[in-house]
Design a protein around this ligand. Sequence first.
Ligand SMILES: [Zn+2]
Length: 413
Amino acid sequence: MVKWKNMRQSEFFTRIERNAPKDEVTVNAALLVRAGFVSKLMAGVYSYLPLGLRVLRKIENIVREEMNAIGGHEILMPMLHPKNIWTTSGGWDKIDVLFKLKSRTGKEYALGQSEEEVVTPLVMKNVSTYKDLPRAVYQIHWKFRDELRSKSGLLRGIEFFMKDMYSFHEDQADFDRFYEVVKNAYLAIFKRLGLIAKVTEASGGAFSEKISYEFMVLTDAGEDDILYCDLCEFCVNVEIAKQKKGAPCPKCKKGALAEAKASEVGNVFDLGERFTKAFDAAFIGRDGKKRHPVMGCFGIGISRAMGVIVEKYNDERGIVWPQSVAPFLVHLIALNGADATQVYTDLQTAGIEVLYDDRDLGAGEKFAEADLVGIPYRLVVSPKLKDKVEIKARSEKEVKNLTVQEAVDFLHS
Ligand SMILES: [Zn+2]
């Protein structure tokens, strides 16, 4: 197996900051910037540093696994779009958050904020009859929105990382069937990310008269207000709610509705035939007639999910990553001149992901930084411990002294 030589902190090109950045008002951005996961280029636009990129990739891979498991085909579409596809759909004039660019020859372009305009002709080029349907393709890529305000760190980016899947169906019934499949995959994804998502119905957005579904994660940093039942899965966006806080739940009739702040981490749009008609993308139906497929758009904000996870998993000392998305499982710390290179190698040989703090700093400083970074297990090597190592979970106070082999067994359990 390939070992990471580059995960020694003495060789990192970034530093951990002692003080919170003054220009970040949300917990997620303040902690992620301080701990060296991201660096702000401007409001709503961040660079992902080695630690942050590892987290982003882990979230991305969980989403990818679940999309592949329901039959999604991964592709990668351009971010730069010609104007004409956006005039065909009507989005050029109707979508106020669409980024528009002009080239030096005066030619106009848009930056992708969603990709129906690209994916509809792309997929339908290869569909002739109902036998070629359904289809579901997705990508994990950057998106752009010309936001007026972007003060919520990773929760609202002008440039953000997203999974967007598009599906094509011969009729509404088949879309409805597939929606249930995706809903279950989404709930599985949020569970693996350590998040509890509630599904709300909301208005269709930009120009869909149809209902859309939002996957809301409860967090005080969220920008949406929802009403949810404490006993069943009922949940509705306050914008369209017919009920008030404290009212009995209309679904189970037993619970009471509570109000909470939430962040929309996933969404589903039932697009109907809007785009397939606009692009005249058709197929021959079972009755031999020309038809336009019913389309669905299914999004998950990957970078936003990273921000929401930090909003949920932190304490007064820093981030407390859930194991599924942590940049490493173990933060190996050498103290009092100890050389932990052998332990570093042993852990990696055992398939454990390790960040090695081999810097010449005191225990207090190293522990404070390890708590800020929030890797699930801290493992200390020091002459005082002789042939043992000291292991401690980030979320607990208790420490254990174990041999390296015992520590490996414990981490594998
Ligand atoms: Zn209920």
